[in-house]
Design a protein around this ligand. Structure first.
Ligand code: AMP
Ligand code: MN
Ligand code: MN
Length: 355
């Protein structure tokens, strides 16, 4: 969304007014039945395409590749992809199942079956969203409350801690046993979206699923270090710069407090770092206990920013992000914005101040 549109949405009171569209509650039995039939009734030698959201995170890639490996074990030919930029960056470049990945430019134009993972809306599929019109059947597998139900069959559970929770049930219902490779994908997804089993939706069922995954022989210490506790020395120094310039605004977010910082393209260049090292920045900033809301702006172009928002509970940052053209979960959301740093920050301050 352009800054003008974001400002217009703000003044029209749209921020916060856009509510969840997925029904709250578990996935209906008829949706499971429809999904199982869609997989079982495929023609001989089918084209099956799996896609996940742009700039995929651990849940998007882990859910997609875990499901892809499961379908391969069931004897189905599977290709998987995600929208440009089509780059697999650390820590996700070592995921099992990456041999299923094909460039989005060569992905089948009209697959018999399309399965979408961890995408709340068609826009999150970028240039691959056109496959929703050409596919025989499309199954949407997701856990965002804001999911717009853009496919033909919807396996969407907003109470699931990760999309991989839904994938594991799908594989179970298909009769595909978990093996260590599938489990590693699903574990990466689950531990990413629960922040290492720390966030709100970390239920007993989540730990039971983690136990089933670990029972395949996974090395959790190795996976966690790769996901959360490892970055290049230059990135560590860059984090130092970003933390040193963080700002705390006690009155922001209607008095709940805001801590925010930013990373520029010049920061990346100065420290010789690729962009993906910025993914964990929000976790370093959101620790400030005085602020309910944390925000990190990551420069993507001269006047373009990728924004991460987090709340400790007082603010529905998904509503804020949806109002500004993005999406996410109640306590973790994001969007992209055009404008200078000051311009984007004033839009964010305005959106956070709305009741
Ligand atoms: P991030 O801050 O990038 O870790 O994203 C936090 C959450 O917000 C994730 O669940 C994302 O799926 C969601 N999100 C981030 N950016 C966007 C966007 N531009 N549009 C929709 N959802 C987003
Ligand atoms: Mn995701
Ligand atoms: Mn997710």
């Amino acid at each position: 969304m352009t800054r003008a549109a974001q400002v217009a949405a703000l003044s029209a009171g749209a921020v916060g007014a856009i509510g969840p569209t997925a029904p709250a509650g578990p996935i209906a039995e008829e949706d499971w039945t429809a999904a199982l039939s869609a997989v079982r009734d495929l023609p001989a030698d089918p084209d099956i395409l799996l896609v996940c959201h742009v700039n995929p995170d651990g849940d998007a890639l882990g859910s997609m590749l875990g499901c892809g490996l499961g379908l391969v074990r069931a004897g189905l030919p599977v290709r998987a992809t995600f929208p440009a930029p089509f780059e697999l960056t650390p820590p996700f470049d070592q995921l099992p199942g990456s041999e299923l990945l094909v460039d989005p430019a060569t992905a089948p134009a009209a697959p018999d079956l399309l399965v979408c993972f961890d995408a709340a809306s068609a826009a999150r599929l970028g240039e691959l969203a056109d496959r929703l019109d050409t596919a025989g059947t499309s199954i949407v597998v997701d856990h965002h409350a804001s999911n717009t139900r853009f496919g033909t069959i919807h396996l969407v559970d907003p109470r699931a801690a990760a999309t991989s929770v839904v994938v594991e049930e799908l594989l179970r219902r298909l009769g595909v046993p978990l093996d260590q490779q599938i489990a590693e994908c699903l574990y990466v997804a689950l531990s990413t979206d629960t922040g290492s089993f720390k966030f709100d939706l970390t239920t007993p069922a989540v730990h039971e699923l983690a136990a089933r995954l670990l029972a395949t022989g996974l090395r959790p210490a190795e996976i966690s270090r790769r996901l959360f506790d490892s970055r290049p020395f230059g990135a560590m120094k860059l984090y130092g710069d970003v933390l040193a310039r963080a700002t705390f605004e006690a009155d922001a977010a209607a008095g709940r407090g805001l801590v925010w910082s930013f990373a520029t393209l010049a920061d990346l260049e100065r420290h010789g770092q690729p962009r993906h090292v910025l993914e964990g920045l929000i976790d370093a900033v959101r620790v400030a206990e005085e602020a309910d809301v944390a925000c990190v702006l990551k420069q993507a172009g001269a006047e373009e920013w990728t924004v991460s928002l987090r709340s400790k509970g007082g603010v529905d940052v998904a509503a804020v992000a949806v109002g500004l053209g993005g999406g996410g979960h109640r306590l973790a959301a994001g969007f992209t914005a055009d404008g200078t740093l000051d311009e984007v920050m004033s839009v964010i301050r305005g959106a956070l101040d709305q009741p």
